[in-house]
Design a protein around this ligand. Structure first.
Ligand SMILES: Nc1ccn([C@@H]2O[C@H](COP(=O)(O)O)[C@@H](O)[C@H]2O)c(=O)n1
Ligand code: MG
Length: 322
């Protein structure tokens, strides 16, 4: 939980023994995966994948992560919300008031639909396409200086999950590719990662980026528009990043929306994907569906402790000193 951002518990002697003696790791020995807010439907599956990842080592690993409310927190320790990457943009001072008003009105209509457990997937897809289309249309006909984004991003650098720094620093040190896949605003995603000191050379951000006409005049988003329901690795085909990761068949995926679980669709069928879902809104109503969708569901966990623990296990280097 965010109030107790303790360092992941991978020095337990049972875990260490499993690593030293190459004995299969048992899930029950990984303390953090047995916390009350950590829900796992199929423990045998998670145990099997984790053991495969541990024997495969970090050379076979890639990370695919959503950004808004996955790398950023769903709430801060005093219960406050943090803005999405679009919300960061909307705080830029020079934006025309009628743009900001329209953007907030759209947010108030569509955000409740996005997180509602009572609306079908088909209705949500239709509504999300409308939201992103109208947002792009709203982003036209005024000038904007991209430098403004950095100032606002700096103000919200604190909103990254606890222990994100350790996680992303370790991933970079181990040369593990990290794909940040965001239906948010890519210019703000990159600015936030950079301002928070989390933007490393092993990262690739796929997202919506602002398009300009005559250099300074805003002209909507660059194509293709990425919304909650169409982000998956097929979008990478033909890119250098695809070549870099397609042989890395051990994937840890992290997301906060049910639809994020599809972000690794398009990777070779032989790959193993371990899916972590951060559940916050309507947790009781959504729990079963999240548990059917993600391998590990973390309820109101505003830290990166679980992914960090998994990485340490895969790295196999955190052994006791005795
Ligand atoms: N005009 C918009 C459109 C979307 N959002 C929010 O952005 C989030 C998408 O980003 P991910 O990194 O999570 O893919 C999505 O959850 C929407 O709530 C917005 O604020 N304004
Ligand atoms: Mg998200």
């Amino acid at each position: 939980m965010s109030n107790s951002p303790k360092i992941p518990d991978v020095n337990d002697s049972e875990v260490a023994n499993a690593i030293i003696n190459s004995k299969p790791l048992r899930l029950e020995d990984v303390a953090i995966l047995n916390n009350d807010n950590c829900k796992i439907k199929d423990k045998q599956r998670v145990e099997r994948i984790l053991n495969e990842f541990m024997s495969g080592g970090h050379e076979r690993l890639q990370i695919v992560s959503d950004f808004d409310f996955t790398i950023t927190k769903q709430r801060t320790s005093n219960g406050a919300t943090v803005p999405s990457s679009f919300g960061i943009f909307e705080e830029c001072k020079s934006l025309p008031p009628n743009f900001v008003k329209a953007a907030r009105e759209l947010h108030d209509i569509y955000r409740p639909i996005e997180v509602s457990p009572h609306i079908s997937r088909a209705e949500k897809v239709k509504a999300m396409i409308e939201w992103w289309t109208k947002s792009g249309e709203n982003l036209m006909g005024f000038t904007f200086d991209l430098k403004e984004i950095d100032e606002i991003a700096k103000k919200y650098a604190y909103s990254m999950r606890d222990n994100s720094h350790e996680l992303f620093r370790n991933l970079d040190a181990l040369n593990i590719p990290v794909l940040v896949f965001s239906a948010g605003l890519g210019n703000c995603v990159i600015a936030m990662l950079r301002q928070a000191g989390l933007f490393y050379p092993n990262m690739k951000v796929i997202s919506n980026f602002l398009q300009f006409k005559d250099e300074t005049m805003l002209n909507g988003f660059q194509e293709p528009i990425i919304h909650t329901f169409n982000k998956n690795e097929t979008m990478l085909e033909g890119t250098d990043y695809y070549d870099l990761v397609h042989s890395r068949d051990h994937i840890i995926l992290m997301g906060d929306s049910l639809a994020d679980s599809g972000m690794a669709d398009g990777v070779p069928a032989s790959s193993h994907v371990l899916k972590i879902g951060f559940l916050f809104h309507h947790a009781d109503e959504y729990l079963e569906e999240y548990m059917n969708t993600f391998d590990i569901v973390l309820i109101d966990d505003q830290t990166m402790n679980v992914p960090l623990t998994l990485l340490k296990l895969i790295e196999g280097k955190t052994l006791p000193t005795e």
